[in-house]
Design a protein. Structure first.
Length: 398
């Protein structure tokens, strides 16, 4: 095994040395991109070969003998590895396109333009602006510099810094996602557990209706709500995050106006996603009903409501493991709902950047979105470590 590690390290060092010393004459050179992809693949192989060594190190360090610290360190290591490879993939994807953002923008503005020298000067200016005149390794370094400083330069379409635009839109997106996730989990798990123990027809009707609605796409459900409550009944506004005559400020009137516009996008996500939590919790609660402790408690004369609370406490643990996946899924689904209602979040901003072919803004949105999803999943995993007693008493999840 030691020989395999030595050989793998030598191969990685050789590839990285060639990659760092060789500078292709053109940024679109296939040779330069091949060196980059090969070095990244060699790094992945190296991590896979050295993985068993990490387990040996954990056994020798006394601090790693504590189950929760070992659980935390593994999750933290996975977070950094996921961030590295996710952002590297974001850097690679534009090179897989048949063209580059500069040529796309030049083709967009060249309609009816007769001055070829002016177009060439504009093209050269944009190439320098994006850093495409530099070798691939320098572009990769500049990309990580932008990521670490969260400075993606100015937006082409909005003439503002990308960081300020994305930060402002991110607040609106999180204001929509976080309440949806909390209420869906709370109401869905409670309703699913009650349906598993109750024969109440009203509860079962609500459960059946919510499961039926869960098959509908979020954006389609948003269109239906907008047509009924905004177009026909005119109970709620159809577009925007706040009224045009209201000035954004930290005042009660502004927050009430935002809440008025927030209702329909929230209901579009909440109602369409509630059935998944209900059906999952009902299945887990029915499974817990067959456990020995429930049978023993039933023989002891415990009430049905008391049995439900015992079963719900254990059945909810597997449901918590699905929160990170649902959080990441909500990010993508919310973008479509935001566009339907004109909610000023990341979805609406992304659509505008795609229309304007605003490459720095698109890159910033994708980086911020991936970062929020990965960090959110990490925090939820750590929270699960506090909730699940098996981790505190010696069980360690991967």
């Amino acid at each position: 095994m030691k020989k395999e590690r030595i050989v793998s390290i030598a191969i990685v060092m050789l590839i990285l040395l060639l990659f760092l010393t060789y500078s292709p004459p053109s940024t679109s050179s296939q040779i330069g991109f091949a060196f980059f992809a090969l070095s990244l693949g060699a790094l992945i192989v190296e991590l896979w070969i050295l993985a068993p060594s990490m387990a040996t190190i954990e056994k020798r360090v006394p601090l790693f003998r504590k189950p929760f610290f070992r659980f935390f360190s593994r999750k933290l290591a996975f977070l950094f590895v996921a961030i590295f490879f996710s952002f590297t993939l974001l850097f690679i994807l534009p090179y897989l396109m048949p063209t580059n953002p500069v040529d796309m923008m030049i083709a967009r503005v060249s309609a009816g333009q007769q001055d070829v020298s002016r177009l060439l000067a504009m093209r050269n200016e944009y190439i320098v602006l994006f850093g495409l005149d530099k070798p691939l390794i320098e572009q990769y370094g500049l990309f990580w510099k932008r990521v670490l400083t969260l400075d993606f330069g100015p937006s082409i379409a909005y003439n503002r810094s990308v960081g300020s635009l994305v930060g402002q839109a991110l607040v609106w997106t999180l204001a929509l996602i976080i309440p949806v996730l909390i209420l869906e989990f709370t109401v869905g798990t409670s309703l699913g557990a009650r349906v598993a123990f109750s024969k109440n027809r009203f509860l079962r009707a609500i459960y059946t209706f919510s499961v039926y609605l869960s098959s509908a796409p979020y954006y389609w459900f948003g269109l239906i709500l907008a047509y009924i409550f905004a177009v026909n009944l005119r109970w709620f506004p159809i577009y925007g995050g706040y009224s045009l005559f209201v000035k954004p400020s930290f005042s009660l009137s502004f927050f009430l106006d935002v809440a008025y516009h927030w209702v329909l996008p929230f209901l579009s996500l909440f109602i369409a996603g509630l059935g998944g939590w209900c059906s999952g919790m009902r299945a887990m609660t029915i499974y817990e009903r067959q456990s020995d402790y429930i049978y023993y408690s039933q023989q002891m004369g415990f009430t049905r409501n008391k049995l439900r609370k015992y079963a719900q406490r254990n059945a909810i643990l597997p449901m918590i493991t699905g929160v990170p996946a649902m959080f990441g899924s909500l990010i993508g689904q919310t973008m479509l709902v935001e566009y339907v209602f004109g909610w000023p979040g990341l979805g609406t901003l992304l659509f505008g950047s795609v229309q304007a072919i605003d490459y720095p803004l698109m890159q910033g949105i994708f980086v911020f979105t991936v970062l929020v999803v990965l960090v959110g999943n990490f925090l939820i995993d750590i929270l699960y470590g506090f909730i699940d007693p098996r981790i505190r008493t010696g069980y360690v999840g991967g």
